[in-house]
Write a protein that binds this ligand. Structure first.
Ligand code: SAH
Length: 349
């Protein structure tokens, strides 16, 4: 059975025309799918015979809520979705003054191996499909009743390690007959997969590129981010400069502040040297403690001093406000919990 929600508007129109349907059918079906219907039966303005015919060839994906945590502090909601094959992924809904933002996953697990990240501990299980990425937006919106205006690809997985899917997802979510979320309302975060950054630059999409930098030099970065051994800091900055040249879009850098690892004043100065000529914004994130890791967050004083050095050097830097402090809101933690409990459950039965 074909996953119909992963099909673009053009593919749907073409397929339906081949089935002898009028040209407008593609748009009709596309709109129903992007409203989150879970069966062809619900597509009430389609001829009954067509609904039955579609149900024989296509299936409509729909995740179920495996767990849901709601912060009482700030309205953040974290979903653990169970997919058709039993795998679980996380989506976080956050309320900001500029609207509701959803943080979505791009893979089940991750193979990038960053030392501080919970999502990568058990490696990558598989890539998500375009429909599974879209479903996170659709079903979060439906379940919460809150309209989503912004998307960040910052959940579990490395988007540029599943790039064809991500590009297709962007086409889907951007479509006027679907959710119609503009590229300028979408951010994509990468640990630094350079061929992907270069491909994005060629496409000149208007999305915001976010680079998880976390260290100013290759020695430190390779220690905490294995991806740096393949694509090092020098090449990464070169790719960022080219990206800005091609797109004119300012790059966002994520910088998790780790006590005694990357938070010295010299580190901030080194960053300033490398950023020369590159308009950038820094998000300083005090490291979220992950049980399985010995790394600790920087002190508040170290974060403040780091921020000041960057700002004095002309680089804007904000300290990321922690949302969902009372729930397991950071990347990969809820899924790990569920996996541990399933393992325990299986061992006991
Ligand atoms: N793979 C992509 C997107 C997913 S991670 C990437 O690496 O950018 C989203 C962000 O959370 C990344 O910047 C990641 O480095 C960061 N992150 C992961 N674990 C963290 C932790 N324990 N504390 C703070 N930030 C963390």
């Amino acid at each position: 059975m074909t996953d119909i929600k992963s099909m673009t508007m053009e593919e749907l129109t073409h397929t339906l025309r081949e089935m002898g349907q009028p040209a407008f059918r593609g748009g009709q079906v596309f709109t129903w799918l992007h409203r989150g219907v879970t069966s062809f039966e619900e597509m009430s303005d389609l001829p009954r015979a067509l609904r039955e015919q579609l149900a024989q060839t296509f299936h409509i994906t729909a995740p179920t809520v495996a767990r849901k945590q709601e912060s009482r502090l700030d309205g953040t909601v974290k979903y653990l979705w169970e997919l058709a094959d039993g795998n679980c992924i996380e989506t976080v809904l956050m309320q900001y003054h500029h609207g509701n933002t959803v943080c979505i996953s791009s893979q089940v697990g991750c193979r990038m191996g960053c030392a501080f990240c919970a999502s990568t501990i058990a490696g990558k299980v598989r890539d998500l499909t375009p429909s599974e990425m879209l479903d996170q937006v659709l079903f979060t919106q439906l379940d919460s009743g809150r309209e989503i205006s912004n998307i960040v690809l910052m959940g579990i997985g490395e988007p540029l390690d599943n790039m064809d899917t991500v590009l297709r997802f962007l086409t889907l979510v951007n479509h006027p007959k679907g959710l119609n979320i503009g590229m300028r309302h979408i951010s994509l975060s990468t640990c630094g997969v350079i061929p992907g950054i270069r491909r994005l630059a060629e496409l000149q999409l208007q999305l915001t590129l976010s680079v998880s930098l976390h260290a100013p030099d290759s020695e430190t970065r390779s220690r905490i981010m294995p991806v740096n051994r393949a694509y090092d800091v020098e090449e990464l900055f070169a790719a960022c400069h080219d990206y800005f040249q091609k797109t004119g879009r300012r790059i966002s850098f994520e910088y998790a502040m780790i006590d005694g690892v990357n938070d010295r004043p010299e580190d901030a100065k080194e960053l300033l040297r490398r950023l020369k000529g590159l308009p950038a914004h820094f998000n300083l994130i005090p490291l979220n403690h992950v049980e399985e890791s010995p790394l600790k967050p920087s002190t508040r004083a170290a974060v403040a001093a780091f921020q000041k050095t960057l700002e004095d050097g002309g680089v804007t830097a904000t300290v990321r406000r922690t949302l969902g402090g009372d729930i397991d809101a950071s990347c990969g933690q809820l899924r790990r919990k569920e996996m541990e409990e399933r393992k325990k459950g299986a061992a006991e039965s």
